[in-house]
Design a binder for this molecule. Structure first.
Ligand SMILES: [Mg+2]
Length: 269
């Protein structure tokens, strides 16, 4: 059976597809090309499904969303546009139960999204109340603010580890989560498209800018590294690594257009 080669594009959001003001207008030429060619674009972020839905709608995407750092896959229903969610790691309920039990028993000092109202999260994070509400709609991760000593934190992290829960440093908060990461998001997306188009030979392009994107880029066939404004960049090892010439959406646009041009010359899409 003849196999057709097709790109599957998987992308990080903040500082990759989105500029600091959450805008991706500069990526529009490349986004339009992907739409015309019918190539899937999968958003893979630490954000919640609730936070990603609007952007997906704005971009006219009908692809699955990988949310909460690979912790879940949200699959769109073709007729209603609603998403059905598959938890890939641990449900947040279990994470909260374990963390709160330890807090009770050991007296650790920390507070997390589950302890705060939308208003309190807005005050602590600088998000608007609406954004806080979307960000608190978590299903597979719990961000916390650690108010205890570092030795206590290490002990807490060890105790969580026994239960299969990881504690990772994010920008402002520590994140409690199960085993999956953004690289598992690529596997989930690939599995989804392989099932739908079994005769296609999918070539995965992943785009990202931060340390927490490295594993995702290393799981791709082509890794596109988006530099930060000061020129700093991550250095993943992938079969092919492309360094975008500009930060965020402008670099995203240029890199995707370049790869699509090459494909027009060499592939028979
Ligand atoms: Mg990013």
């Amino acid at each position: 059976m003849a196999t057709k080669k097709k790109f599957l594009v998987v992308t990080d959001l903040d500082s990759t597809l989105l500029d600091h003001n959450y805008n991706c207008d500069e990526a529009e030429p490349a986004l339009a090309c992907l739409r015309e060619l019918g190539l899937p674009l999968v958003l893979n972020s630490s954000k919640t499904v609730a936070e990603m839905e609007n952007l997906a709608m704005h971009l006219g995407l009908h692809s699955p969303l990988v949310a909460e750092n690979g912790g879940l896959l949200a699959i769109p229903n073709e007729s209603t546009g609603d998403y059905s969610v598959q938890i890939k790691g641990l449900p947040r309920k279990e994470i909260l139960e374990a963390a709160h039990n330890l807090r009770c028993q050991m007296g650790y000092k920390f507070e997390g999204f589950a302890d705060w109202s939308d208003q309190e999260l807005a005050e602590r994070s600088g998000l608007s109340i609406t954004q806080s509400k979307l960000s608190r709609a978590r299903l597979a991760t719990e961000p916390i603010s650690w108010n205890d000593t570092e030795p206590q934190r290490l002990e807490f992290a060890d105790q969580l580890g026994v239960l299969g829960i990881r504690m990772l440093r994010g920008g402002r908060f520590w994140h409690l989560m199960g085993a999956p990461d953004k690289a598992d998001g690529i596997a989930s997306a690939l599995e989804y498209y392989q099932e739908r188009e079994p005769d296609t030979d999918w070539l995965v392009i992943a785009l990202g800018d931060s340390a927490n994107d490295t594993a995702m880029l290393e799981a791709a066939d082509i890794a596109v590294v988006i530099p930060h404004a000061d020129g700093a960049h991550i250095s993943p090892k992938a079969p092919r690594v492309v360094h975008a010439s500009f930060p965020a959406s402008k670099g995203w646009n240029a890199a995707i257009l370049l790869l699509l041009d090459e494909c027009r010359e060499h592939c028979s899409t």
